[in-house]
Write a new protein. Structure first.
Length: 91
């Protein structure tokens, strides 16, 4: 059985390892969870530096949520892939 080499997260986590395909791209758990929470809660972020070009890497990923979400979308993460909780009441 061949072992596949570890792949890096497509989003921005330089040095972070992908845990698989999430929302259309190879992503680590951190990117996947952040993207899911942002989409489900319909969050709107504002860039901390107002430039929209903050450094987003493994060490700085929590400093600017706006730029982090922008990078998720730029790399191809699909909002339509996020499951929105639906509650069913059975009578």
């Amino acid at each position: 059985m061949a072992v596949e080499p570890a792949q890096e997260c497509d989003v921005w986590c330089v040095g972070d390892i992908s845990s698989g395909k999430h929302y259309g791209v190879l992503a680590c758990n951190g990117c996947s969870g952040f993207f899911k929470r942002s989409v489900r809660r319909k969050l709107v972020y504002r860039c901390q530096a107002a430039s929209g070009e903050c450094l987003v890497d493994k060490a700085h990923r929590n400093q600017c949520q706006a730029c982090r979400l922008r990078k998720c979308l730029e790399c191809g993460m699909n909002k339509d892939g996020v499951y929105h909780k639906t509650y069913f009441i059975f009578v």
